[in-house]
Design a protein around this ligand. Structure first.
Ligand code: CDP
Ligand code: CDP
Length: 236
C-alpha cells in the first residue's frame, strides 16, 4: 500500500477504554504502515503478574519499591510487535490476561511508583523502532497521547458502547470486569484514562476493524493531528 507518507519517523498514540479496539487497530496500522506496535497494557499486565507471583498487594511502600527496583525491562521484537521481556522472560499471553491479572491490574497501574517504573521504558520504544528500521511507532494504552507521547504525530481516542465492548470480551471467552477497570483507570490521580484535547475520537461500535484501521491510515496520511517528532521528556 502506498501511504504517501513522509520519510520522517511518525508516532501514533491510540488510547481508549477496555475492549475499545486499541490493540487490534494498532496491530493493523503497524502491519500496513511498517510501524512497530507496542501494547502498553501488556506492560502493566506483566508487572502485575509478577507482583502477584511475589505475593504483593497493590499498595505503595518499601515492599513495592524493592520489587520495582528488581525489575529489568528489555524488548524482544517479533515481527511488528515489541514484546516486553521482564527479567529475561516474555510472559505468556494467556497468563497476563488471566482472571487474577484482570482483577488486579488497574489497582497496580494506579500506583505512581509502578507508572514511573514503566514510563522511561515506554518512551524508549521510539528508539527501538528506529533501530529496527520501522517507519514509525504505534503505541496503545490509556495515557499515550496525554503523558507518554504528548507530541505524537497522530492521537486517536477509540470508543465503543458498553454493550459492544462487553460482547467483544465475551466473544474472546474472557471473564473481565471491564467496567470496574475503566472506572479505576479513569478516576486515578496519576495519568488517568483520558482523551488528549487534540485526539481524534473514533466511535467504532459499528465499524469493523478494517474500517477503523483504514481511517487511522487516512488520518496519518493527512497529518490530521499535531505534527513533529515526539519530544516527551518530563513526567506529568
Ligand atoms: O486490553 P484491555 O483494554 O482490556 O486492557 P490493557 O490495554 O491490556 O490494559 C490493562 C490495564 O493496564 C488497564 O485496565 C489499565 O489499568 C492499565 N494500563 C494503564 O494504566 N495505562 C496504559 N497505558 C495501559 C494500560
Ligand atoms: O485493546 P483493546 O482491549 O482496546 O481491544 P482489542 O483487544 O483490540 O479488541 C477487542 C475485540 O474487539 C477483538 O476481538 C477485536 O477483533 C474486536 N474488534 C472489533 O470487532 N471491531 C473493532 N472495530 C475493533 C475491535
Amino acid at each position: 500500500m502506498d501511504l504517501h507518507m513522509s520519510e520522517d519517523f511518525q508516532i501514533v498514540a491510540i488510547d481508549g477504554g477496555a475492549a475499545s479496539g486499541k490493540s487490534s487497530t494498532a496491530r493493523g496500522v503497524a502491519g500496513a504502515a511498517h510501524f512497530l506496535h507496542v501494547d502498553t497494557g501488556s506492560h502493566y499486565r506483566a508487572v502485575t503478574l509478577r507482583a502477584l507471583g511475589e505475593g504483593l498487594r497493590p499498595v505503595g511502600g518499601p515492599a513495592l519499591e524493592h520489587f520495582l527496583a528488581g525489575l529489568r525491562f528489555e524488548t524482544e521484537v517479533r515481527g511488528n510487535c515489541a514484546c516486553l521481556r521482564l527479567n529475561g522472560v516474555v510472559p505468556d499471553a494467556a497468563d497476563i490476561r488471566s482472571d487474577a491479572v484482570n482483577a488486579a491490574v488497574s489497582a497496580f497501574a494506579a500506583l505512581p511508583a509502578v507508572r514511573k517504573a514503566v514510563r522511561t521504558y515506554q518512551r524508549d520504544q521510539a528508539a527501538v523502532a528506529r533501530t529496527h528500521g520501522f517507519r514509525g511507532l504505534v503505541m496503545d494504552g490509556r495515557d499515550i497521547g496525554t503523558v507518554i507521547f504528548p507530541d505524537a504525530d497522530l492521537k486517536i481516542y477509540l470508543e465503543a458502547d458498553a454493550s459492544t465492548r462487553a460482547a467483544r470480551r465475551k466473544d474472546e471467552g474472557q471473564t473481565d470486569t471491564i467496567d470496574d477497570r475503566d472506572r479505576i483507570d479513569s478516576t486515578r490521580a496519576t495519568a488517568p484514562l483520558a482523551a488528549a484535547p487534540d485526539a481524534v475520537r473514533i466511535d467504532n461500535s459499528n465499524i469493523p476493524l478494517g474500517g477503523v484501521v483504514e481511517e487511522v491510515l487516512r488520518l496519518l496520511r493527512q497529518g490530521a493531528s499535531a505534527t513533529g517528532a515526539s519530544r516527551a521528556t518530563e513526567p506529568r
